[in-house]
Design a protein around this ligand. Structure first.
Ligand code: PAF
Length: 297
């Protein structure tokens, strides 16, 4: 039987992990941003260590955005999306799954009306060690939901069936609560840990930190218009406990002198607050603090 052709756009931690798992069942092309990374992977393959151990020589590595495949997973950070969206806009109809943190990419997706668009969240713990190696620190799932009504689920159902329990791909019906829940977690944990330079667990073990966590959660809750406050707050605390020994991605980005995802996380909340005519002093303070720290790196 002909294998489904899948393109994975982005050679970051999620892109490499996805390529490693999907290559076992499908015809996968990995698109890296730089030719240098493409060369390193062509020469040395991809290596996954940690809770999963894999070593593979992916079928195709490209740095030129040809995107011929029938399914595309877009895994780049939100701030690298603009050029990719320009390319995707020119393509004939196909299935595209966006796996970004934050939500500021959402308003740009209306440009891609010809495609079957899905958006999703990655719950795996995964760190990029070098250009061709990732550490899978925690097993999780990829959860996706259709961005437009009446989307055809069949291709995603095939992917989900093949990868099965080894690499669960779950389908949900509504994209907003799915992305907003992840956004809420990132919007509280990431900037606070980055500013205070603490591991995630300290947000719950230190009572003074936990006070601020609660205040920030309340402020953001007021903007995101979700239901079930207590359930979501418990979920946030559970993530802090589950990832107690981890440094958040924002803290790691600042430590390594990288740009953070603050625009797509807190920037999105600030824009929503402005359009709702609401003041969000903690979010505003944190947004500018992280921006300031980015400049300091
Ligand atoms: O961005 C991160 O670091 C992670 O999404 C999370 C869940 C906040 C844990 O560190």
């Amino acid at each position: 039987m002909r294998k489904l052709k899948i393109g994975v756009i982005g050679g970051g931690a999620v892109g490499l992990l996805l390529t490693a798992f999907l290559s076992e069942h499908f015809n996968v092309t990995l698109y890296t941003r730089t030719e240098q990374q493409a060369d390193i992977i062509r020469e040395n393959g991809i290596k996954v260590t940690g809770v999963t151990k894999k070593s593979l020589n992916p079928q195709l590595i490209k740095s030129i955005p040809q995107y011929h495949e029938e399914v595309l997973f877009v895994t780049v950070k939100q701030y690298h999306l603009t050029n990719i969206l320009d390319e995707l806009e020119k393509l004939s109809a196909r299935t595209i799954i966006f796996l970004q943190n934050g939500m500021s990419h959402i308003e740009q997706l209306s440009r891609l009306k010809q495609h079957q668009l899905f958006v999703g969240v990655v719950e795996h713990g995964v760190l990029k060690k070098c250009e061709n190696e990732v550490i899978h620190t925690g097993e999780g799932r990829i959860v996706v939901a259709p961005f437009q009504p009446n989307n055809d689920y069949s291709i995603l159902a095939t992917i989900s069936e093949k990868t099965n329990r080894e690499f669960p791909v779950l389908l949900e019906e509504e994209w907003y609560p799915l992305l907003a829940k992840k956004l809420l977690v990132n919007a509280v944990i990431n900037p606070l840990t980055a500013l205070w330079k603490v591991k995630n667990g300290q947000l719950v073990t230190n009572p003074s930190f936990q006070n601020t966590v609660h205040m920030l959660f309340q402020e953001i809750w007021g903007i995101l218009e979700l239901d079930h406050f207590d359930e979501y707050y418990e979920y946030l605390l559970a993530i802090c406990e589950k990832t107690a020994e981890n440094e958040s991605s924002m803290l790691r980005d600042l430590k390594h002198g990288n740009i953070t995802e603050v625009d797509s996380i807190l920037g999105y909340i600030l824009n929503r607050a402005t359009s709702q005519n609401k003041d969000v002093p903690l979010t505003t303070f944190l947004f500018h603090s992280i921006k300031g720290l980015e400049r300091n790196c």
